[in-house]
Design a protein around this ligand. Structure first.
Ligand code: GLN
Length: 446
């Protein structure tokens, strides 16, 4: 009730929630109290959680930030949502996001921009901007997010949070509305690595409903948080400290790395030579997959349908014309073009080949170091409206985050200081299924 009251009093400033699930929250809280009395509580029993509005939630509107799904009430729970429910967590509501998770600023939401609690003239980042703003503003203790190219880590960096993008396949994608299926991954956003570990404990695991979920043992991610870091080998990719990087961010990241040295880590320069190719490769692959995934929104089965269609084709055209926002349309067009006959080899196939080179860079570097560190973002949170006219400038925001989605690797962003009053994130990248190590490394700094 305290959180519901806070949301009611304050969220008009931030616009971090699309839907607040008052009734469901109070029912689940009541059930959690009873479970606690019966001695059957888990660590998350009674803990309020906000879910990004991309996770299907039974009986609750699940919009993915789109007009297309403004009237969609989900008939089932995403696996992530049911995992939290089974642990006894309390659903506060569904958070604002860029439409279908396409964006880096939350400005592509049908429900309006979301504001950064550290400076309300600025963006919270995206696409999980609502989750980040809600936690940063104290309107939820923790939230779920999804990360296709940085959407957990970049908003975590902009809002002074800890966010974890797990290894591809670590967390089930069942019921998570698909953007780019080979890249999408759900993960936790919270204040600390410890909170993220508690969340990953319930989020991770194989799921018969997601054939790409990994059959890999799930650890107790809180058990190893305090392990000493002596002997930890950190690699600093020289390509992450290029001239695009704001010098104050570079200084803060360097000083965080000094603290790791004081904790017993050793640091060496490494190279990820194909870093610059990650933006062009991603912006072929992600739109290609999106153009296919979004073909299901046709006005026939569910979601928006235009009024009084003349015939089937008119219905498809007007439904999709009205239901999708301009960034989503841009990506459907790019993706359809890249996949079309005669262009497929030049664009899609080439991008997949580059993707493999990017992955091989990481595999080579991670055979030599335990973790890779660098900045999460090239800039701090920018002003609302500042980058909306130039999509390429917006895409460049993702330069340090995209490459590990292309490789399928896990990564975190943790707070590492402030530049001109705005939070800065340190990015920590690990090997496949090294979530325990990442959380341990993050926790020792906090
Ligand atoms: N900003 C990137 C994009 O727009 C990544 C978004 C995401 O991770 N969902 O595609």
């Amino acid at each position: 009730q305290a959180y519901l009251d806070l949301i009611k009093a304050k969220d008009s400033t931030y616009n971090s929630y699309i839907t607040v699930t008052d009734e469901l929250a109070l029912q689940q809280a009541q059930a959690a109290d009873e479970r606690r009395q019966q001695g059957k509580a888990t660590a998350l029993t009674g803990v309020p959680i906000a879910h990004k509005d991309i996770f299907c939630t039974l009986g609750v509107k699940t919009s993915a930030g789109s007009k297309m799904l403004d009237n969609f009430i989900s008939p089932y729970d995403a696996t992530v949502v049911s995992n939290f429910n089974n642990a006894g967590a309390v659903t506060l509501g569904k958070t604002n996001m860029d439409e279908f998770a396409m964006g880096s600023s939350n400005e592509n939401s049908y429900y309006g921009a979301c504001r950064n609690p550290w400076d309300t003239a600025r963006v919270p980042g995206g696409s999980s901007g609502g989750s980040a703003a809600a936690v940063a503003a104290g309107l939820a203790p923790a939230a779920t997010g999804t990360d296709t190219g940085g959407s957990i880590r970049q908003p975590a960096a902009f809002c002074n949070l800890t966010g974890l993008k797990p290894t591809y396949g670590r967390v089930s994608r069942f019921g998570m509305i698909a953007y780019a299926s080979s890249l999408d991954q759900g993960g936790p956003m919270a204040r600390t690595a410890h909170d993220c570990a508690l969340m990953l404990n319930v989020m991770a695991g194989i799921d018969g409903n997601d054939s790409t979920s990994a059959d890999h043992p799930v650890a107790d991610y809180t058990a190893t948080l305090d392990q000493p870091l002596s002997g930890l080998k950190i690699g600093l990719p020289k390509e992450f400290f290029s001239e695009q990087l704001n010098p104050e961010i570079a200084t803060l990241v360097q000083s965080a790395i000094k603290e790791y040295e004081a904790l017993g880590a050793t640091v060496k320069e490494v190279s990820l030579p194909n870093t610059a190719l990650s933006v062009p490769a991603y912006y072929i692959i992600a739109p290609s997959e999106a153009s296919s995934n979004l073909s299901r929104f046709d006005g026939v089965r569910y979601g928006h349908r235009c009024s009084d269609p003349k015939d089937l084709e008119d219905m498809y055209k007007r439904t999709r014309g009205e239901g999708f926002g301009s960034e989503v349309k841009r990506r459907i067009l790019v993706g359809t073009y890249a996949l079309s006959e005669g262009f497929y080899d030049a664009y899609y196939k080439k991008a997949q080949q580059i993707r493999r080179l990017i992955q091989q860079d990481f595999v080579r570097v991670l055979s030599d170091v335990d973790v890779i560190m660098g900045p999460t973002t090239p800039t701090t949170a920018f002003n609302i409206g500042e980058k909306t006219t130039d999509p390429v400038e917006m895409y460049m925001e993702d330069i340090f985050t995209l490459s590990l989605n292309l490789a399928g690797l896990p990564g975190m962003s943790i707070p590492c200081g402030f530049s001109n009053g705005l939070p800065v994130g340190l990015q920590i990248i690990g090997n496949y299924f090294a979530e325990e190590k990442l959380l341990n490394v993050a926790h020792k700094y906090q």
